[in-house]
Design a protein. Structure first.
Length: 371
């Protein structure tokens, strides 16, 4: 993980790891037991690295249990005892004084020598209507173990099992972890898990991107049918798009970067560049036939391809030069998203450019009928 990756993960789940398995429940011991079982199961999944379980260790504490009968006999109220304890060990502001031009709060509390000695707790005198009473006479005092910190999420207690993914697809590893926990980890009653982090955000973003891309594609289809006079041209642009992704898919497979948010954005970018080049090519054919009155034959197809050669190559070349540094340093810190996107776009530029220069003219010659 890099600094940027840590900050992205922390903003998504509150943890610096890519994947955060949150375990919710009320019983802290049951949560610890569930965490141990999840760690044991997830550790065996290929690609899981930096597996951590943030167990909340115990810390020494003094427990004070007030005795109702003793309080009644001494005439004390629970709140009076709690107020005295708070004043003695946490302090209570009783006024203000002045130190030069500064105002200083006056606080009453026990001296450090007494506050830091557990055996002195029972000797604390509680003022009551029948006279001062030692705390040991109205309460049961004993040492115990307590949690120094209890994490909450949405008002519920939770623990976290976190891990990163290396050498495998993030989405596939998370799905395998889900299946493993569901099938092999017996969670105590009232305990359940929830995945968060980069994988969940990526899945949500991918769904939103697919929705918006579908809406954009529908609008593009409508505009194409309105803009082109030759109906076949609209279908040729749409048929051209899937084949333009061959280079992107090959680049993703060869580099092993897997499907991520960056690669998905790159695929959408390739769609746009390929569609633009195809529209330029086919619109020029219409211009040659309808405006310049050139007959629709093989010579016109070759002429149109030659005249569009420079604009298409310049578009691809300028885009490739701008993305090449990102693709070359895709493993450097800070390029977790831009690097895979650049690799995907560069691969798609190769296939889409060749397609527009060689395959699209042949398809236009075969399927476009000019009356």
């Amino acid at each position: 993980m890099t600094f940027l990756g840590d900050r992205i993960s922390e903003s998504l789940s509150g943890e610096t790891a890519q994947v955060d398995v949150k375990v919710f429940g009320e019983d802290l011991d049951a949560l610890d037991s569930a965490g141990d079982r999840i760690v044991a199961a997830v550790r065996k999944i290929p690609g899981v690295v930096d597996l951590q379980f943030k167990r909340q260790g115990g810390t020494p504490a003094i427990s004070i249990q007030l005795l109702a009968d003793a309080l009644l006999a001494s005439g004390l109220k629970v709140q009076e005892v709690l107020d005295t304890l708070s004043t003695a060990y946490a302090g209570a502001e009783v006024g203000q004084t002045f130190l030069g031009t500064r105002t200083v709060e006056a606080v009453v509390l026990l001296p450090d020598a007494l506050r830091h000695q557990p055996e002195q707790v029972g000797k604390l005198m509680i003022s009551g209507p029948l006279g001062p009473v030692p705390l040991s006479q109205i309460a049961r005092i004993y040492t115990t173990q307590d949690r120094y910190s209890i994490e909450h999420d949405g008002g519920q207690r939770r623990i976290s099992v976190t891990f990163n993914v290396s050498g495998e697809s993030l989405g596939s590893v998370v799905q395998q972890a889900r299946d493993t926990i569901a099938s092999k980890v017996a969670l105590p009653k009232g305990v359940y898990t929830e995945f968060s982090g980069a994988a969940e955000a990526e899945s949500q973003t991918r769904s939103e991107l697919a929705l918006y891309s579908g809406l954009a594609l529908a609008l593009i289809i409508m505009i194409l049918f309105v803009a082109f006079h030759w109906r076949a041209n609209s279908w040729l642009v749409l048929a051209n798009l899937p084949f333009a992704l061959l280079g992107s898919v090959a680049a993703i497979a060869l580099t092993g970067i897997g499907l991520s948010l960056g690669t998905v954005v790159g695929l959408v970018t390739v769609f746009g560049v390929s569609a633009r080049n195809a529209i330029l090519q086919l619109a020029h054919y219409e211009h040659l036939v309808e405006v310049e009155c050139v007959p629709w034959n093989l010579e016109t197809v070759i002429r149109g391809a030659n005249e569009r050669l420079v604009p298409i190559l310049m578009t691809a070349a300028v885009t490739a030069l701008g993305l090449a540094p990102l693709a070359w340093g895709m493993n450097l810190p800070g390029q977790e998203i831009e690097g895979p996107m650049a690799v995907t776009v560069l691969g798609g530029l190769v296939s889409s450019t060749l397609l527009n220069l060689f395959v699209l003219p042949a398809l236009a010659r075969r399927y476009v009928k000019v009356s």
